[in-house]
Write a protein that binds this ligand. Structure first.
Ligand SMILES: [Ca+2]
Ligand SMILES: [Ca+2]
Length: 244
């Protein structure tokens, strides 16, 4: 018959198998891409025999994501997985987002709110250059799509002194019929949430870019795109999850 010792060993074995399976499922669920490596924000590189070990190292290093190459058995842990433009093709790699950091991790210096990360510029630029600056870090100029999102941004701007006016990611400069749209989502602005100041937009056909102005209590106005203003970049955490 089974002795107490046999039952005990069996139970421990059973629990360990369950835990391992659970850990593997967690790992699989959080895989974010194959056959690419991230160039930026590398914290460390190790030789490791499994992605599970790599995952443990990642958590110890307080990393956001890690890559494991099963062929070379190399593990790379990154503080933050930057967007597509920092990816380089290299076969054998699988990249994972660490569950410990998956809740809401924004790049250093960015603000988190809701499902997005926001960067408030320290410089001023024309609208088109602002859009390029955001794109260079994998983001877009902000699309304000709800009252709660706008309240968060307005509260932040009251503590920012880089600019009197701030560019948002709306424009009608590429449409022939003065239709305003968000460059981030390509949605028509006036079909969703809006917060135009009561006398704006006041220069149709001349002012093609969307801004917030301090003396309008950070409500929206149209302005001349070449003007130099602060700007707000936004990237959604969903986009960060879908790297590659
Ligand atoms: Ca938004
Ligand atoms: Ca105006």
């Amino acid at each position: 018959m089974f002795t107490f010792k046999t039952v005990f060993v069996f139970c421990v074995f059973y629990i360990l198998v369950k835990m391992c399976r659970s850990a593997m499922r967690t790992l699989q669920a959080e895989q974010i891409f194959d056959n690419n490596i991230v160039l930026d924000n590398l914290l460390a590189e190790y030789g490791h025999s499994s992605s599970a070990l790599c995952s443990v190292v990642c958590q110890q290093e307080n990393c956001e994501c890690f890559g494991f190459n099963s062929v070379t058995q190399m593990c790379r842990v990154h503080a933050f997985c930057t967007p597509n433009n920092t990816l380089v093709e290299e076969s054998g790699w699988k990249y994972y987002r660490s569950r410990a950091k998956s809740a809401a991790r924004c790049p250093i210096g960015w603000d988190h709110y809701g499902n997005s990360c926001y960067l408030f510029s320290k410089d001023t630029q024309p609208w088109n250059s602002s859009l390029d600056s955001c794109a260079s870090v994998g983001a877009s100029l902000v699309a304000i799509e709800s009252q709660t999102e706008e309240t968060f941004i307005q509260n932040r701007l009251r503590h920012e002194f880089a600019s009197f006016m701030w560019w948002l990611g709306g424009t009608d400069q590429f449409t022939s019929n003065q239709t305003w749209y968000w460059v981030q989502t390509e949605q028509k602005i006036n079909s969703g949430y809006t917060d135009w100041y009561r006398t704006e937009p006041d220069r149709p056909g001349q002012q093609h870019c969307l801004a917030m102005r301090k003396d309008l209590n950070y409500q929206w106005c149209d302005d001349y795109c070449p003007e130099l203003h602060g700007y707000i970049c936004e990237i959604t955490l969903g986009d960060l999850d879908l790297i590659g």
